[in-house]
Design a protein around this ligand. Structure first.
Ligand SMILES: C[S@@+](CC[C@H](N)C(=O)[O-])C[C@H]1O[C@@H](n2cnc3c(N)ncnc32)[C@H](O)[C@@H]1O
Ligand code: SF4
Length: 417
């Protein structure tokens, strides 16, 4: 199965940057802000979020300001991208949302991609206008499906009509860059209904499309239903058909595939996510947010109270972290770059690490080139199209070869920084 929806707080982890970042290391040009509230939890989702209740926003924003201030020396002003995700940022009351956007203003310049994730069930004309007024120029709308029965299985708070209306309200308010998230693999979904969702998304005029294969996360209601035999995972042949349909449909609609799960009109690729796939530094603030700076990764503990308590007392929030170096860092860089249809830029890799990628991973690159799963040219290494759906097999070989010599990874425990 193809995996790769944006689990932003669960990968490798380390402590946030310290004062060194301002001087020795380049500042991060990407900022991620985690908003840990949703109106109601969807049946499949294990992102960190709590059911929103009145009064939480004030303390959250106060702690967020402190989290941002801690990273000020490590962040470019303006950033290349600011991404407000969650959770559901648009569940915040208008005043709090305005306060959040104002807090981020110093990191937003005229060329910054400023994205907010939105659930269609939370979009009103006033909220759309507030986003634009706050400088937001890109919205990622979590539609998931346009089929009523699938929306019910997924526990979504909105209907097909609300999703369509939300898109139109955002467009009308002046959001020039609109992305839609769709999911395939939902129990009960058919190839026909999936094609229907793709058709509606492109007919609305989405500038960018993310098509994720549903992961049945063990700690979610859908994961439990699957273990208990009450629902069944979509069979892999149908998942593959859905994936192929997404690629064909997007291409026919003028949305070019640029990553395993992502498609865009010209100049509408997600600048923020490209930072992740290029394995470049970014700062993450908020409970559960991840960051990567000065060669270290960290993930703030996914606990609103613990995060806010520490920051309001003038301390760093609790986090887990690790430092990736040597072959482990190179393997991760290759693995992320191979998610892009352009693949890895060999010269950029050699500049960064001092060796050609084919010398660093000779066994896995030669093996997969021979099989046909990797296309290797003097300038690039990329996955062959027929292997996108089964990319995990190729990527895990590279990681195994990277880890082969056991170098370069220091895992931190639960830390107080
Ligand atoms: C934080 S959510 C999106 C924004 C907003 N909270 C919403 O749901 O409308 C980011 C995206 O991750 C995807 N996602 C979440 N859980 C997933 C899962 N278990 N499997 C696959 N994709 C998932 C969904 O497409 C979702 O839109
Ligand atoms: S609205 Fe989005 S973040 Fe919230 S539970 Fe649903 S998928 Fe997860």
């Amino acid at each position: 199965m193809l995996r790769g929806y944006p689990k932003r707080y669960c990968s490798m982890e380390s402590e946030p940057g310290n004062k060194k970042s301002a001087t020795i290391f380049p500042r991060a040009r990407a900022l991620y802000v985690h908003v840990p509230f949703c109106r109601r939890k969807c049946s499949y989702c294990d992102f960190y979020s709590l059911a929103a209740c009145p009064g939480q926003e004030g303390p959250y924003l106060e702690a967020l300001a402190a989290d941002l201030a801690r990273h000020d020396g490590g962040l470019a002003r303006p950033c290349r991208s600011v991404f407000v995700g969650g959770g559901t940022p648009t569940v915040l009351p208008a005043r709090a949302l305005g306060g959040l956007l104002a807090l981020l203003r110093p990191y937003v310049g005229p060329a910054t991609e400023f994205t907010v994730e939105a659930n269609p069930g939370t979009i009103t004309a006033a909220l759309a206008a507030a986003l634009v007024e706050g400088g937001v120029n890109r919205v990622s709308l979590g539609v998931q499906s346009f089929a009523a029965d699938e929306l019910a299985v997924l526990g979504r708070i909105h209907s097909r009509a609300q999703a369509r209306r939300a898109f139109q309200l955002l467009r009308h308010a002046g959001v020039a860059n609109l992305s839609i998230d769709l999911m395939y693999g939902t129990p009960g979904q058919t190839l026909e209904s999936w094609r229907g969702s793709l058709t509606e998304a492109t007919a609305l005029g989405a500038d960018h499309l993310s098509c994720y294969c549903l992961t049945l996360e063990p700690a979610t209601p859908l994961g439990r239903d699957c273990r208990a035999g009450r629902i069944h995972e979509m069979d892999e042949a149908l998942q593959r058909d859905c994936y192929d349909a997404a690629i064909d449909h997007a291409a026919a609609a003028g949305l070019k595939q640029y990553e395993l799960s992502n498609f865009a009109r010209p100049h509408r690729q997600c600048v923020h996510n490209l930072t992740y796939w290029h394995n470049e530094p970014y700062v993450g603030v908020g409970p559960g947010a991840a960051g990567y700076l000065d060669g270290r990764r960290w993930t703030n503990r996914a606990n609103l109270e613990a995060w806010a308590r520490a920051l309001c007392a003038g301390h760093a929030p609790p986090a887990r972290g690790e430092r990736l170096t040597g072959r482990a860092l190179m393997a991760e860089t290759v693995m992320l770059a191979l998610r892009l249809t352009r693949g890895l830029d060999r010269r950029a890799f050699a500049r960064r690490f001092g060796s050609d990628v084919a010398e660093v991973f000779p066994r896995s690159i030669a093996r997969h080139q021979a099989v046909g799963s990797l296309v290797v040219t003097p300038g690039r290494v990329r996955l062959a199209r027929e292997y996108y759906f089964t990319s995990n097999a190729v990527l895990s070989d590279l990681v195994a070869e990277g880890a082969g010599e056991g170098q370069g990874k220091t895992t931190g425990g639960d830390t107080k920084q």
